[in-house]
Design a protein around this ligand. Structure first.
Ligand SMILES: NC(=O)C1=CN([C@@H]2O[C@H](COP(=O)(O)OP(=O)(O)OC[C@H]3O[C@@H](n4cnc5c(N)ncnc54)[C@H](OP(=O)(O)O)[C@@H]3O)[C@@H](O)[C@H]2O)C=CC1
Ligand SMILES: CC(=O)N[C@@H](CCC(=O)OP(=O)(O)O)C(=O)O
Length: 310
């Protein structure tokens, strides 16, 4: 019998994109609730408990409620796309390429926390350098990023696309998270293996899907002898053996006049770049992804497949 999958929040932005990715798959059976009943708690509880894997695409509070609903039922495994459990040690962090062992941890887990979109880029750049001893304790890491507006879910999509919305946003690009307390900072710190929280400055652009995450670094404050080339080599070594996270060759990045935030729209991969001038004292590390691809729905489907294969 095909394993049963229930996407709680299937009519929201992340849920819909998971459904699209699952369309036509015959190896799983999708359980579904009509859109009008999406907040019917009794119906959701039934569906959640009838699933082999429940994928939660809900706000944090609703995710916590859903986990409560299946807590006594060991037959149900959970992938949560919210922020609620990402630094909870009882949950496997769903970034399969983060470490060589992570895919196996996800495959064996009952509870998997899907990463945030910005943290996928930031951790993807930072963690290999911490693991290789290149980025020292206490380094003041900064993370600057721009996201497509679908990152803000149904509400932000309406604000950006409907000029008659009472809170319509007309800015083509805006900064937010100005108090520097964004909900992704703990996750970047823990899974980036940082001993000091990064300064995280997110922004949104007037495009639906795409994301650029930047981590600029001063080479003379890194481990002695670190160069642009040695950082690139550490990233290449970290991501060897898989094809979802790729490290762009230095010669290729050198030839680029710009990075296009929507280049990976609709794709579930992530590209990492090391920019700078050979011999100079600064580099800019850049991650390029789709906030709804490797940043959310694509990663959720990848994690589901890892869990189904175990
Ligand atoms: N969008 C993105 O790029 C990313 C999103 N995420 C995370 O994914 C999760 C979902 O986000 P997103 O899809 O963007 O949000 P949306 O607002 O687009 O969708 C959320 C869905 O959940 C439903 N919902 C809300 N509260 C409840 C409830 N109490 N019971 C049942 N259903 C409920 C909503 O219904 P209704 O229409 O009635 O509100 C809606 O269908 C969030 O935790 C978000 O942080 C993670 C990474 C990236
Ligand atoms: C543009 C925008 O608003 N983005 C969202 C993050 C999207 C995302 O990654 O959601 P999770 O927190 O569930 O991971 C934000 O900044 O809150």
């Amino acid at each position: 019998m095909a394993p049963k999958i229930f996407i709680d929040g299937e009519h929201g932005t992340t849920g819909l994109q998971i459904r699209t990715r699952m369309a036509g798959r015959r190896d799983v059976e999708l359980l579904s609730i009509p859109e009008a009943e999406r907040r019917n708690a009794a119906m959701r509880e039934d569906m959640l408990n009838g699933a082999d894997i429940a994928i939660l695409c809900l706000p944090d509070d609703a995710s916590k409620e859903a986990v409560q609903m299946v807590s006594a039922n060991n037959n149900v495994r959970v992938i949560d796309t919210s922020t609620a459990f990402r630094v909870n040690p009882g949950w496997a962090y769903g970034f399969a390429e983060m470490d060589k062992q992570q895919a196996d941890k996800i495959a064996a887990a009952r509870f998997v926390a899907n990463p945030g979109c910005y943290p996928t880029g930031a951790i993807g750049l930072i963690r290999p350098l911490r693991a290789a001893g290149i980025l020292p304790d206490g380094y003041p890491v900064t993370v600057n990023a721009v996201s497509g507006y679908t990152g803000g879910g149904k509400q932000m999509i309406a604000q950006m696309e409907n000029p008659d919305h009472p809170d319509a946003i007309t800015a083509p690009h805006f900064l937010y998270g100005l108090p520097l307390t964004h909900k992704h900072v703990p996750e970047m710190t823990v899974h980036g293996l940082l001993d000091r929280a990064p300064i995280f400055s997110p922004s949104v652009g007037k495009f639906a899907q795409g994301m650029i995450v930047q981590v600029p670094l001063h080479l003379d404050d890194l481990a002695e002898g670190t160069t642009m080339e040695s950082i690139h080599a550490a990233l290449v070594a970290h991501y060897a053996g898989q094809d979802i996270v790729t490290v762009v060759p230095l010669a290729e990045s050198k030839a680029l006049p710009r990075v296009n935030a929507i280049e990976l729209e609709g794709k579930d991969t992530m590209k990492l770049f090391v920019f700078g001038t050979p011999g100079a004292s600064q580099v800019n590390l850049v991650a390029l992804l789709d906030n709804l691809g490797k940043g959310a729905s694509g990663a959720a489907v990848q994690n589901m497949d890892l869990m189904l294969a175990s």
